[in-house]
Design a protein around this ligand. Sequence first.
Ligand code: PHE
Ligand code: ZN
Length: 880
Amino acid sequence: MTAVSVPVRLEDYRAPAFTIDTVSLDFRLTPEATRIKARMAFRPNTAEAASGRLELAGDETKLVAIALDGVPLDAGRYVATPDRLVIEGVPSRPFTLDIETEVDPSANTKLMGLYRSSGNYCTQCEAEGFRRITYFLDRPDVLAVYTTRIEAEKTEAPVLLANGNPAEAGDIPGTGRHYAVWHDPFPKPSYLFAMVAGDLGVVTDRFVTMSGRDVELRIYCEHGKEARCAYAMDALKRSMRWDETAFGREYDLDIFIVVAVSDFNMGAMENKGLNVFNDKYVLADPDTATDADYAGIETVIAHEYFHNWTGNRITCRDWFQLCLKEGLTVFRDQEFSSDERSRAVKRIADVRTLQARQFPEDGGPLAHPVRPEIYHEINNFYTPTVYEKGAEVVRMLKTILGEDGFRRGMDLYFERHDGEAATVEDFLAAFADATGADLSQFKLWYAQSGTPEITARGQFDPAAKRFTLTLAQTLGPTPGQPIKRPMHIPIRFGLVGPNGEAIEAERVSGATVTGDVIQLTAPSHTVVFEGVGARPVPSLLRGFSAPVKLSTDLSAEDLLFLVRTDSDPFNRWQAAQTLAMRTLVEGTAAIRAGRRPAVETALIDALGVVAEDATLEPAFRAQVLTLPSEGDIAREIGRDVDPEAVAAARSALRAAIAGRLGERLAALHAGLADAAPFRPDAAGAGRRALRNVLLDLGVAGGTPEAVARARAHFEAADNMTDRIAALATLCAAALPERLAPLAAFRKRYAGDALALDKWFTLEATVPASDTLARVEALLADPAFSIGNPNRVRALVGSFAAANPTQFNRADGAGFDFLADFVRRLDARNPQTAARLLVSFRSWRSLEPVRRAHAEAALAGIAAAPGLSPDTRDIVTRTLA
Ligand code: PHE
Ligand code: ZN
């Protein structure tokens, strides 16, 4: 391992000197010494090939044999180390390289390359895992056609799978072994390679594509869990249809396979024709999965399926272009879920996620552009910025170009780049060429990090019938980017008249306005609306048309007016959140000053009206009644944050709501009782969401009746959504009444890993001073396993990311605990360790005592010897 790591830079990109047209792989699987023979057809690709030097990447790779054009290579011709293979004097014409390697899948705790999960064999190659299987040009711009042969013990691995279509299979007589051959006709980069072998259950179905091709669908899972695959299969078929109607994209192989595994670093992986999933995003039934789990499955199944076009058919030239597949595919899965469920509610949920995960990243030491220009460890760039902000950038493109222009741009992109490894420039050029739009300023969204801040000031002149709106944008410094340029920011808007009606101005000047979108391009615009007869309330950033922070001069009365009347449901929700946030920030300040927070009766009454408004979707009402989280409030405060004061202010507001609306909320709760059996559809989920939010608000009032209601709700629950909601309410209030239900829950689900993960999360998120000790004790629980990423995230990840008062304990013990655990995990699974460490990202905004503790904990990690590049990278940037 080198002491100083050399960063990779976008500006250094060079096309590969050689490329590979075909790859034949032959896996001889055994648990501890799998042999892989790779035959690769090389071809010179640039003038640099003339040097005769071929360098292939490895990572703990072990060479067994090597031959060039069938002739074993003399030892003097090459140097093989665990992380590279260098051959001198290769011909400047096409040639074949045969490489045999050996891998120990059982010892592979990093879960990258070939590893075992529950006794099965599987692979994970994105981003740079293929090189752990064989030496290779392991970069996304080398596209080859793969043929994969797998051979294994028949009893150990009756199922043998790889990318593409099945070609051949059979027994190897007299050995107890068998084999299968798969062929994938679509050229792909090595990160999309996959192989799975083991003893698995399967569910099958079929799908007829728009041109009438019959596709076999299979979902593999642990034996006995087949029935839990039904929802994923349904989501898959809906995704396949949607991509045809919404984007004109048809599936291309004869078979599409999903495999659910229980040990996986991420959510899922889009390997061509053979998606490998964290089983959390496949398995569901009413007794073990919540509505949120069902929604997550729908989203992730769609996401991975959509990658077949945005990611696989068109892939990335290099890893700096990651958003080209990820941001675009997140946008596509968001649109799919919006079409399948409620668009407004989906948008609110997505914006909540963006603000909770991406905004703190953009505002802290780990900020980076949607398309980074430098990295030390690519695994650390699978971030909310690349994914979620990347999706927002695509959404803005659609807002700016309109539905039709956007579709024409997408069509041209598919037409031009199918089968290629593309760049962000290629993507934008397709839209510019299809529509004639100038996207040069828009492109800054890919290059500038940080969240733009917009201020809006309105002024109404009744005599002149003129409304003047001054909009200004600023973008503060972020790591490596002290000075910023103004961006092209689409602000969707409406002017709301005194009776809630839309006001159309006769004339608008001062900015380009396209339909209901103000195109903000300069540092500031004074937009003048003429012919406005009555004072309007501007409703700005409708649908969250850009990922920015907006501050307006709207009064509390104006915001309450928007809560009641805005025709844009997103902004109705936003207005309520803005008002609540103002109250919560003031309340936090009051508590720190030793005062009691003021009670905002107008806000509470407005919430009561929304809660009872039967014309509104229950899921929407639930969103309005959900206050900004402690994390949201801390981010809004931004500096010198005391998480205890934040939590106290939030509890105080919730108690005030319960105090003032208690009876009404209880009545509403009772009236929502669900007689129908559980169905995971959007309508049922929305009803349960509202009911459970009401239950939770009730408990915030602290009355014995409310607590009893929560306990009864737990006992009576006939589905996981209600069961977990009741329990989470008791846990979040740190009530002693949580203990018996927690124990019952654990007992009931002792044999069910995914459900048990929920129990670990509940235990870890209780906001009580003994929770840290409890979490430490649970590390020694027989059910805890440091080798299983889901379990690690459920216990340690939730403690660090979802228990703000206890992770940020004033004595620093929460920080020390995470630092110790990360160091321990880093030795086994660096990727997952580095991700846990990201919980420190907002440490600088804490009050001085906590800040000093956090810094010391981080410094302790930084000083530790033998850190992985993953963890080294995060700790270095977090402290910088
Ligand atoms: N590409 C995967 C996705 O769909 C994520 C992933 C990245 C999975 C790296 C594994 C490893 O978003
Ligand atoms: Zn993805």
